[in-house]
Design a protein around this ligand. Sequence first.
Ligand code: ADP
Length: 507
Amino acid sequence: MTPIRRRILVGLSAVLLLAALDAGIVMKARQDIVAAVSAQGAALQRLVSQRVDQHDAHLTSVSALANASDPPPAEALQQVIASITRFYPRIVAIDVLDLTRQPPAALLGTAVPAEVAAVHGRLADMPFLLVPREQGGVLHILKRSPTDGPARLAIMMSIDLARLIASDDALAPTTRVSLLLDGQTLFSEGPDAGQRVLFDQPLASSTQPLRLVLAAETLPVIPWGWLLLATALVALGALAVERLLDARSAAREAGLRALVASHDAKLAHASRVNAMGELASGIAHELTQPLTAILSHSQAGQRLAKRPEIDREAIATAFDATTRNAKRAGDILGRLRSWLTKGQPTIEQVDLAAVVADVVQLLDAEAAHAGIAISVAPPPHEPLVMADRVHMEQVVFNLVRNAMDALRDRGAGRAIDIRWGDEAGRVVLDIVDNGPGFTTEALGRVFEPFFTTRAEGMGLGLSLCTTLVERYGGTLGAGNGPACGAVLHIRMPRARSGRQVGRVAAE
Ligand code: ADP
């Protein structure tokens, strides 16, 4: 995966993680609201249920007193009622209604509300009636008295509903609390916009079957502090993951580079050994000359030595020539050995002109045999580069060999020109031939491994050359000449003056 794609992936994962975390935080805040309102509702329901139980108790005691005599003892009743309303401010009034009159009359002087007068007849069927005041806010509880037998009296208790649900535990300002009777809202307190019902329970009372409902806004106030903390943590996490992946991929890349480098070295060596077979006949030819010279100078020396008068000077000349030619043969074999050596690459200052000269010498016999003229132009500056000398020889060798292969089917006048270009800070070497040049398809693919148009080719020469040149900061380019033939350009950074030597570290 490329670093850019990996970064996008890490970024996206971080954004997703952040979204999940934020959603989690908001959901948690919402759950907290739901839990808090539910707990408040349960506490309020217990409190209000106890209060309505007290209503039953007061109604029972007032009813018992009202039936103690006929007519009911007004003075005693008034005293009891006064003490009840004093201690329980939510009980705004209590009176005894005489149901035998039409409309019923309040024996203790309270005005009988119209809504109560309208329904009193129903007390014959049920011992309790709950009648909300028309303007709201007050609930009249009517209890038939006595409970058994024909309805003669009714105890009317009027309850202030706001006080009935008042609690010391303040509800959140966004919570609405309501009391319902038979699905109708009797009383409601708190804001009324966008709330959701979070608590809905009947009071624990058989005589006053009211429902307590709490509704609240569930959209929480966004907990910015937590969200910012989560964002910072996720960003830090993403950064750490990115660093970790970077470090891992750097380590993997280094490992891969080392592997590729070791394969390059093996490939380069194999390619040199392979070329050796093709060079053998040319080298044998090259060796014939010094060996023949050694033989003829030694024979001349023998003849001179057998003469009666010793010509020391002539004998010394024959020995000198023998030594010179033996050295030349030794040089040829030395070049061959160094060509085949599989040493560790060593970066040093290399004179590309000397490299070109050596390669041309190595291929000279074969080129002459194939009727190819190789010409080398003198370099404009000393072409010094920092590289491994054997690698540079291999690059030049491969390019000249490719040019020779391309010229194989050409007629007379086959030529390879090795020229120097001049670019600031760079050594430029062009290897130009007058063969068929590259086809358009080949031009786009010649540096791909295993691309070849030759029946016996492997397609590894140019890709190996590119790897070697790029390893030392250079580039390899291919193109066609203006008239015909191929042009291969090697561009290498020019070495700074002073001799520097080093081993290719980590390779
Ligand atoms: P190989 O020589 O084994 O085919 P290379 O990687 O050295 O592999 O070359 C790849 C291909 O590039 C060759 O098969 C040939 O088609 C093309 N090529 C290379 N050098 C030349 C050249 N000087 N002239 C024309 N074509 C060339």
